[in-house]
Every structure is written in C-alpha cells, then in structure tokens.
Design a protein around this ligand. Sequence first.
Ligand code: CA
Length: 220
Amino acid sequence: MKRILIAEDEPGIVSFLEKGLRAAGFITHAVGDGRTAGEIARDRDFDLLILDLGLPGRDGHDVLSEIRSRGERMPVIILTARRGIDDTVGGLESGADDYVTKPFRFEELVARVKVRLRDQGTPDPLVLDSAGIRLDLKTRKATVGGKEVALSAREFNLAEMFFRHPGQVLSRQQLQSQVWGFDFDPNSNVVDVYVGYLRKKMGADLIETVRGMGYRLSAD
Ligand code: CA
C-alpha cells in the first residue's frame, strides 16, 4: 500500500483528506507544522507528500526546497488557498510535481495523487556505475575496475551525488548542502577537499572542475 504524508494545519481538511485517502486504499500520516513535515519526510518512507504552503513553523516552500535539496524525489502535491500565479510558479520551480488550490474536489485530488504515483514507477537503482566504477547503494561499497575502494561515509555520499547526476555540473553549494546538510558557507573548502579525496581514490580524471561553477562527473 502506498504511504502518503499530509502536511496541513487545518484539522477539517486533514480529516477530510485522511478519510478520503484511506477509503481510496492509501496509508496516511498527517502532521500540522512545517518543521515536523521536513523531519518526518526525511526519517520515514513515504511515497507522496501532500503539502500545504501556509504552515506554522515553516512555510511549505521551505519544506519543499529542503526535501529537494536532499535529493529526495518523492512526488509532492502542493495544496493551498493561495491562488496567485506567483505561488504556483514558485512551487513548481522549487520542485513540486503538481498543485491543487483550495477549495478542491476530493476526486480531483485523488486523481492527481494516482497520476503522480504512477509516474514514479521506475525504482531507484541499487547500483550506479560509470567508467568502470561501481557504487553499490545497498552495501555502500565502491569498486574501481573490480577492486574495492574504501570510502568514508561522506566520500561515498559525495560520489553518489556525482553518479546520480552524470555529466551535470553540481555547484559547491548543492554538494555541500546535500552531503553535509548544513547551510552553505562560502568560505568552506570542504567540498574541494573531498573531491580531492575521491580523485585520489577513484581516479584523477573522474571529476572535472568546471571553473566558476562547480564539479561534474567526467563524461567518460
Ligand atoms: Ca494552512
């Protein structure tokens, strides 16, 4: 059964959603503030998030960008009374998959939930590989040319980021916030230092420096 996290602070809407979604065969869990929503989305496994924008504690937009900056791709449907086009655009830009404005018909929401869950069909890969290097996401082991290379947890997470986005330039800021999970400090060189470790362990040409932008997993 698919598990849906509901982040909404209006009890009437929460009970309406929970009743309806459970009747439609989903497992639901509801939280009433933004901070808890961000934490629980990180710590527990959900298949989809229904996110109110106007939440106490933390605005829905912030919750969404935090979730996305961790690299989580669970579908997110924004639910809000705000009808402004700016909010819609802002929500979709910060990584929402869909948008439903209140008041809404339950059938409309549940149809959108089903579409999003269907889109999500491709399972997460368990092994990432490129250029003779394999990262096994289950055992957290890396091999280069068939030989195991010992990586620290941080090094593995950083390598995983590159392998999940082959050929894509990743900024220091993106890498730092996703791998270390703290706010970007422009004076920190932690990303550069760890890229150096990965090059040493996995090959000097593995990660290219893109001047003024960041780093990228080398195309070959
Ligand atoms: Ca609200």
